[in-house]
Write a protein that binds this ligand. Sequence first.
Ligand code: PLP
Length: 382
Amino acid sequence: MKFNTKTIHGGQKPEEATGAVMPPVFLTSTFAQSSPGKHKGYAYARGTNPTRTALENSLASIENGTHGFAFSSGMAAIDCVLRLLKPGDEIIAGNDLYGGTYRMFTQLFQKYGLEFTYVDTDEIVNITNAITEKTKLVWLETPTNPLMKIADIAAISVAVKDINSAILIAVDNTFATPYLQQPLTLGADIVMHSATKYLGGHSDLIMGALMVKEETLAKEIHFIQFAAGAIAAPMDSFLALRGIKTLHIRMQRHCENGRAVASFLENHAKVGQVYFPGLENHRGHKIAKKQMKDFGGMVSFKLKDESIEATFKFLENTKLFTLAESLGGVESLVNHPATMSHGSIPEKERLKIGITNSLVRLSVGIEDIEDLLADLEQALNA
Ligand code: PLP
């Protein structure tokens, strides 16, 4: 099956009892057994639930994996990956990460003896130079949130595995989605999503996902998820599965609108730097062109007037772009990373990597582009 077909049919079959084309929402915590341990494949819903199974089969299919896992949030999915490790293990992570990921690494897992090294992942040598005998995991985001940096997944996978094939490569694929890039096919071991974003696509659920292509890893992840219990609920699983079925057509419009917004901002007299991998002057443009089908709907930028007053004035005056956390829904959102999505990163660290108080992040939705550009124009002139 090709990708667009997979979003609709991948891992799906009509429900056996009734032929329902969409899986029923199995709101049950437990399943009848005919004799102890004898059941129809489902025993207790923390372990498996048929609605979640339908979603997990779809998740595996769209990322070219063999197994998918749906979690109660994106953070719960990342937490599960880190639980594959033990105290003393080292992780190399990108230095531009979603703020919550950085907070989890620095404020939670460092406490349990995991060691993190943060590097600029747009240069492979920064990663390979940081590898030690204790390195067990490389954690990549690409494009990064919010600076839209690009990491070369295929080249990094080869370079890291050449040094030690046991090091796991995990990619947070939230910004790109499998419509644009499929990290497992590019050599990564684990793909992670905040399914809250583009996979769900309608800003109506919180969910995380992991996809893998290797049996032992899948067994370990299933064990951690079952033992720790951070599972996606049945209704959310249904909504996410429904969202995935239109992922490809939503992404086409997100990409189209994203390109138009980036080009509008780049040519606007009041706008300074624009961060969008589709722009030819973007540092990661060539790699993005190679590993992504298009460039997505996330665009960050700074005003020429970098004062906090001018930035807040813009943020307070958009009308269609709603000022809110999150991204990847059908509606356009605007975000102020320094105080919102990345507010948990200490100011000194934030400024070091370029998340200044003047940075604005747009999640460009699938509305009519003329309306979106008019909204940006009026807010820039407010
Ligand atoms: N990864 C990225 C790139 C994100 O943007 C987010 C949330 O914004 C997360 C992970 C965390 O996901 P969730 O909010 O679903 O827990």
